[in-house]
Write a protein that binds this ligand. Structure first.
Ligand code: FES
Ligand SMILES: [Fe+2]
Length: 350
């Protein structure tokens, strides 16, 4: 399976570095090791020694080098073996591992899998709200045993919240929902509106009168390959000028393999900012909503679909699938362009 190479892939939250200062994860079938150089900047190299292929995270960091825990070869941030612990022993030219452009942004580490020369920090999806000091954030992570595109389908078709997360987010306005899709370049927005409905239980804290009727709008922004931002806004009925609340959350999905993905989530709010109880409520919701509700559904879906692409099974499509389909088409276009670029021989200059 092809994964988009020329894109930023989130590897983990910065607070996931372990006691050794390492974060190791497989991203798009490539084992990655992230650590900090002595000046604090992050480095990312393949988590697989060039000698006998043991994971480098089993070794140690020595200064700015990573020393393999098996026979002691040392690799620098460019992936080159620069030291053999045996005095005078030569270092074979092939003793190097892949190094990745890496940036630390929005509380996470992001790597670029493709050509390092084309790594463009401007192409990072915007999650600036995650580091806004005026907002409170609660983050988490779950490994999910499904193809990453199924996780993105889940986010771009939020009608599932009525059934999977009904007790928290269900609404009696569901039969009147409207959905809409907008595309700006390769960024796709889907909107799901619950008009003139009661405030769902999950948002009761965000309004002064939980019994009032509101228009509730879910906006999901998708950036390739699988980075989503969800913004939930409550409005006075029929008045988009009068916003009652806005809750933002990051749903960043990174492929681990064809049938597994890393799901990073982070909720951000602009009310009750220094309130540990409010944090705990969000944490409880993340455990229930994501870990206990979305994850089992997605994993059951993957088992049911099996090892084929879901689109090859010709799924019945509903109007509310419009966003998910647009995302899949856009991603397929980008992947095909990368494949075509690899296959096209560079023509000689005439
Ligand atoms: S496996 Fe790493 S030095 Fe031998
Ligand atoms: Fe969900």
């Amino acid at each position: 399976m092809a994964f988009l190479q020329n894109a930023w892939h989130m590897v983990g939250w910065t607070n996931e570095l372990n006691d050794k200062g390492f974060l190791h994860r497989t991203i798009a079938n490539e084992p990655i090791l992230i650590y900090r150089l002595q000046d604090g900047t992050p480095a990312a190299i393949a988590d697989r020694c060039a000698h006998r292929f043991v994971p480098l995270h089993l070794g140690e960091q020595v200064g700015d080098l990573i020393q393999c825990g098996y026979h002691g070869l040392c690799f620098d941030k460019a992936g080159h073996c620069v030291k053999n612990p045996v005095d005078g022993a030569p270092i074979p030219k092939a003793a190097k591992v892949k190094a990745y452009p890496v940036v630390e942004r929005f509380g996470g580490f992001w790597i670029w899998l493709g050509d390092p020369a084309s790594a463009d920090e401007g192409a990072l999806p915007d999650y600036e709200f995650l580091t806004d000091p005026k907002r409170a954030t609660v983050q988490g992570y779950m490994l999910t045993k499904c193809n990453y595109q199924l996780a993105i389908d889940n986010l771009t078709d939020l009608t599932h919240i009525q059934f999977v997360h009904g007790e928290y987010q269900g609404s009696e306005a569901f039969p009147r929902i409207k959905n809409e899709v907008k595309q700006v370049g390769n960024t796709i927005y889907t909107y799901l509106t619950f008009p003139n409905g009661k405030v769902p239980m999950f948002y009761a804290n965000a309004v002064s009168d939980p019994n009032k009727l509101i228009d509730l709008v879910y906006e999901v922004r998708w950036d390739p390959p699988s980075n989503a931002k969800l913004t939930v806004r409550g409005y006075e009925v029929n008045d988009r000028e009068k916003m009652l609340f806005e809750i933002q959350s990051a749903h960043i999905v990174t492929a681990e393999s064809e049938f597994t993905c890393h799901y990073f989530f982070c909720n951000s709010r602009d009310y009750a900012v220094n309130d540990p109880e409010a944090d705990q409520k969000v944490r409880d919701w993340q455990r229930i909503g994501f870990v206990e509700q979305d994850k089992p559904m997605l994993e059951a879906q993957q088992r049911s679909v099996g090892s084929v692409d879901i689109m090859d099974l010709r799924p019945v499509l509903l109007g509310t699938d419009a966003g998910a389909i647009r995302v899949r088409r856009t991603l397929a276009g980008l992947l095909n362009n990368e494949i075509a670029a690899k296959e096209t021989p560079v023509s000689a200059t005439v």
